[in-house]
Design a protein around this ligand. Structure first.
Ligand SMILES: Cc1ncc(COP(=O)(O)O)c(C=O)c1O
Length: 382
């Protein structure tokens, strides 16, 4: 028997308390008990988004609410600018294109962050305000890059384009101040930092976004935000909600509240720094520069380790599951997810696992030691 260690950037491990909440009999989703519960979680999730805006909850994958944001905000032929620097930011651009938007891509090298300067430069040229929307990806999970969304939004200055943010692998783990930073739409999914199984999509909508939604002409039915808002006012959803996941959400929100967002953000920063310190101590190369390194997913450059199939060895020897690279990064990087229900010992465990599959006894203990030292004094000495 080997205990499973799920170290991919989502779905993530789910706490016992959250899992057992789902083991509850169904109830009438139009009845008073569910209405009260749905009202409670719809309010509670706003704290995680750091917003007073409406937050809608859909039974959905993350990609579903990305599509929902596009089809509710825009009309065919609307001009949208995106800054793809990985698989998920590119996906956002593709979704907009597939509904007839004219998407201008300003590409950024994979593994690097989007710089506020390119945003400022592009929007400054748009004197006639032809650009209707800007797509940002807070945390580019395919590379392990955290984009500084606050700086990117500030660089837009008072351009009237709506700001749409994919925070699927960051919200609830990394600070994201929806209201303070003026983010019109923010989307996330349940299976990452919220410590839930996959199946819920969340979207926050600012008053400015609601005004745009009134003008939108892209086709939609299931995703219609106006219908969802109308139902939410009665504590309901237009169609059958994912009842079990809503039970679970109540529990995960309680856990988040108990720990406190500030502590949660710090926990992710600390463990990601310790992990990176440990990886470097093993002589391995990080794929992403420290300036942009994500607190939720860490990529290791595995060029040079081709002879060892590291992920397969981790899986076969220790039942540790890590993620590989996607698309052009296939077989080039290994990605370790550390978001949601994750702590110091998970980092020690993955580092120990890495040490033991590298097949060099001289490395035993080196990564672990570095991480331990970091936990011991790193944050204190900062
Ligand atoms: C940043 C980001 N965007 C979008 C997605 C897509 O989410 P889903 O697979 O739930 O559709 C993911 C999933 O990993 C992601 O990390």
């Amino acid at each position: 028997m080997k205990k499973h260690h799920l170290r991919i950037p989502g779905p993530t491990e789910v706490p016992e308390k959250v899992l057992s909440a789902m083991h509850t009999s169904m109830l009438n989703h139009r009845g008073e008990e569910f209405i009260q519960l749905f009202k409670e979680v719809s309010e509670g999730i706003k704290e995680v988004f750091q917003t007073k805006n409406d937050v809608l909850i859909f039974p959905s994958a993350g990609t579903g609410v990305m599509e929902a944001a596009i089809v509710n905000l825009f009309s065919p032929k609307d001009r949208i600018v995106s800054f793809p620097n990985g698989v998920f930011s590119e996906r956002f651009a593709q979704i907009a294109e597939s509904f007839g938007a004219i998407v201008e891509r300003i590409p950024v090298e994979w593994g690097q962050a989007v710089s506020p300067e390119i945003v400022r430069e592009r929007l400054a040229k748009d004197k006639k305000h032809e650009i209707k929307g800007i797509l940002f990806t807070h945390n580019e999970t395919s590379t392990g890059v955290l984009n500084d969304v606050k700086a990117l939004r500030d660089a837009m200055e008072d351009h009237p384009a709506v700001t749409v943010v994919d925070a699927i692998s960051s919200l609830g783990a990394v600070d994201l101040k929806t209201d303070e930073w003026n983010l019109d739409i923010v989307v996330t999914g349940s299976q990452k930092a919220l410590m839930l199984p996959p199946g819920l999509g969340f979207v926050s909508i600012s008053p400015k976004a609601w005004a745009r939604i009134e003008q939108s002409r892209m086709p939609k039915y299931y995703w219609d935000f106006k219908a969802a808002k109308k139902s939410l006012e009665k504590g309901q959803t237009p169609y059958t909600p994912a009842v079990s996941l809503v039970f679970a959400l109540k529990q995960s929100l309680e856990l988040i509240k108990k720990e406190g967002l500030t502590n949660i953000f710090q926990r992710h920063i600390t463990i990601s720094r310790a992990l990176r310190a440990g990886i470097k101590a093993l002589g391995m190369k990080l794929f992403v520069d420290e300036r942009w390194a994500s607190p939720t997913v860490t990529s290791i450059d595995i060029m040079g380790y081709e002879a060892l199939n590291l992920s397969k060895l981790l899986k076969n020897k220790f039942n540790i599951t890590v993620a590989g690279g996607q698309e052009k990064l296939k077989n080039k990087i290994l990605r370790i997810g550390h978001l949601g229900y994750v702590d110091e010992m998970d980092i020690i465990c993955i580092l120990a696992g890495l040490e033991m599959v590298l097949e060099d006894p001289n490395l035993y203990g080196k990564g672990v030691k570095e991480a331990e030292l970091y936990f011991e004094r790193g944050e204190k000495s900062r």
